[in-house]
Ligand binder design. Structure first.
Ligand SMILES: [Zn+2]
Length: 305
């Protein structure tokens, strides 16, 4: 069942526009992504958390094209990719080594997969890319994977690369007996760079900013994942005293951009030797990493393409 209070990202601002906020809640989007893959719980947790982060980050950037959040690391989960189009289409996948995940679990002696997110990723980097086709240059931001939580890693990026003061909290709901679904969410607040003197007009600016973090920290999972509460309601409970203005909401849903033609083009770029190696009884099967859709080609079809 679709829940109208989820799969949206709500934008708001506080204190005369001094602080910009985003609140994302995902349900169907994340469940559809995870159903395509049948990941073990630990991998599903990481993908769910990354997907919320990707939607939050993409919603705070102006672009017309594709936003991609990607890790490349040396841990048991060596790669996570989430891409979000400017129309709100989301897809994601991860590469992992199940034996290493099992070993990591034994070493850590914890069952808290949620906190284990960066631990399972290992060391490496996290990259944000915006591809707007020919219209603009490719934008890329990169940060080392360092921190106890995914929020800490993302905050490092904002501090180092963007120099934007940011508060961020991510939430994850694993399936339970009462609610057998995944849900993920996140709330992000950013200090907008000073424009038109708005920030100077606020007395005790730093104090107000620090207070907004305390409110964010007080936000509970039970509220975030309460399906009867609208996102506006959740935000209003936290920031009603901060001249809150809800400025809009955007819907998100799963969609894959793969197609038989696209794969045919990619595979046709391979030389004959590779094609021969891939072929089984004259057929080549290619599986989309994002949606697990299988495409079968005749060997001859690739060679003459
Ligand atoms: Zn696909």
């Amino acid at each position: 069942m679709t829940n109208k209070n989820f799969d949206t990202c709500t934008s708001f601002h506080l204190d005369n526009g001094a602080f910009l906020g985003r609140f994302v809640r995902l349900d169907k989007t994340i469940n559809t992504i995870l159903e395509k893959h049948q990941y073990p719980t630990q991998v599903a947790s990481v993908v769910a958390e990354f997907t919320s982060l990707a939607v939050l980050l993409s919603s705070s950037m102006k672009y017309d094209g594709l936003f991609t959040l990607q890790t490349k690391t040396d841990g048991p989960i060596s790669m996570v990719v989430v891409d979000v189009t400017s129309e709100g289409k989301v897809r994601a996948y991860a590469k992992y080594d199940m034996d290493r995940i099992e070993r990591a679990k034994e070493l850590r002696k914890t069952t808290d997969e949620i906190e284990a997110s960066p631990y399972l990723i290992g060391g490496g980097y996290l990259a944000f890319t915006i591809d707007q086709g020919d219209k603009a240059k490719l934008y890329q931001g990169v940060v080392d994977v360092q921190g106890k939580t995914l929020s800490e890693i993302a905050l490092r990026y904002f501090k180092q690369s963007e120099q934007i003061d940011t508060h961020l909290k991510l939430f994850l709901q694993m399936p339970t007996a009462e609610n057998p679904k995944w849900q993920s969410a996140g709330l992000m607040l950013q200090k907008i760079p000073q424009k038109g003197g708005k920030i100077e007009e606020i007395e005790n600016f730093e104090e107000v900013w620090n207070e907004s973090k305390i409110y964010l920290e007080s936000l509970k999972e039970s509220e975030v994942f309460d399906s009867s509460l609208s996102s506006e309601n959740v935000i209003n409970r936290l920031y009603h005293a901060n001249k809150l203005v809800i400025s809009g909401a955007k819907n998100y849903n799963f969609a894959c951009r793969c197609s038989r033609d696209k794969l045919l083009n990619t595979l046709s770029g391979f030389d004959q030797k590779n094609i021969d190696e891939m072929a089984e009884h004259g057929k080549i099967t290619a599986t989309c990493s994002f949606c697990s859709e299988q495409y079968v080609f005749d060997k001859g079809e690739l060679l003459k393409h």
